[in-house]
Design a protein around this ligand. Structure first.
Ligand code: ASP
Length: 315
């Protein structure tokens, strides 16, 4: 009997978690079910001998289609009440990469990012020009109303009323931000990363976060690791988080767990609330965060999804 070569898929549903004390059993079940479904979608690809790039695509599409998470359906709203979404995908085999920023129409922004990677000579396309290109390429769009959820409308409303009142910002992480992401090591030892987000609730139109910035929120290179980040995007960009983790593997010989944990701890001191998921080419993974929680999960060849929300172990 030949042993199944190790493969690993890790995902996150963002560091904008509902506080432990405020999370009802039913809501926890919904988040865990969403993570489990995304893990199984990616596992189907990897167990069938598919590549890491396809596995992270499938996992992120599943998370974008789930209104619990801040990406695709259920993305947070700008201060003008629209969605403006960012997404990125990177192939560790050859560092091919594609991203979209500030797009409002593609139903699955991660498929838009993949289209930029595969069908344009560019790495990052933004706004109207991106949407024109994506329509011409036949990428599926959804009407503005598709993305809107009551929960995000209410979160924006609360934030706009707070701004009018001049009161300090004491929003919960869940009201502020979120993101979804996936990293995978396939059975051939190839890596890929994908990240997709609506960004920050009440953000200024035109604001772009770390997600579509390669090296900040998304990175994959077979020689080191694949990383997808979630958290306060401005800090993640200034600390070039994902590439910093890869750099520690390359130049200091650290393992993925030591490197990712060190970078995420340093961020905590620099207004960088959030976390990352990372995997190396041997399938070792790390899921560190410095926030109260990070929706996250892992699946390996046994096909059993293991997920967690706050600081409890994966189950
Ligand atoms: N990093 C995302 C952004 O700044 C938000 C998040 O991950 O929560 O756009």
């Amino acid at each position: 009997m030949t042993a199944v070569r190790r493969f690993t898929l890790a995902i996150h549903g963002g560091a904008g978690t509902v506080a432990r004390a405020a999370l009802s059993g039913a809501d926890a079940h919904g988040y865990r079910a969403g993570l489990g479904a995304a893990l199984r979608a990616g596992h189907r690809v990897l167990a069938g001998g598919g590549c890491a790039l396809d596995a992270v695509t499938e996992a992120v599409v599943a998370l974008e289609d789930d209104p619990h998470f801040n990406a695709g359906l259920g993305a947070v709203l700008t201060e003008e009440g629209r969605v403006e979404m960012d997404a990125a995908i990177m192939d560790g085999r050859d560092r091919r990469a594609g991203a979209v920023a500030c797009v409002s129409g593609p139903r699955n922004p991660i498929l838009a990012a993949r289209t930029v990677m595969e069908r344009s000579p560019h790495v990052l396309l933004a706004g109207e020009g991106a949407e024109r290109f994506l329509r011409a390429e036949g990428v599926a769009f959804a009407p503005a109303t598709y993305f809107l959820t009551q929960r995000r409308i209410e979160a924006l409303d609360r934030e706009l009323r707070r701004r009018d009142s001049g009161k300090p910002d004491r929003r919960s992480d869940a009201d502020r931000h979120g993101t979804v992401g996936a990293v995978a090591c396939d059975a051939a030892g190839h890596l890929a990363a994908a990240t997709s987000t609506g960004g920050l609730t009440g953000k200024q139109p035109g604001r772009i976060g770390d997600t579509p910035v390669f090296g900040a929120g998304t990175w994959a290179d077979d020689a080191t690791c694949a990383v997808s980040a979630t958290g306060h995007g401005e800090s993640f960009m200034r600390w070039v988080v994902a590439h910093e983790i890869a750099g520690r593997l390359r130049h200091r010989g650290e393992c993925v767990e030591v490197a990712a944990t060190a970078v995420v701890s340093a961020l905590a001191e620099n207004d960088g609330a959030g976390g990352v998921i990372a995997v190396d080419a041997a399938g070792h993974f790390a899921l560190p965060f410095n926030s109260e929680g990070m929706y996250r999960g892992v699946i390996e060849p046994d096909g059993v999804p293991r997920v967690a929300i706050h600081d409890e172990p994966l189950t």
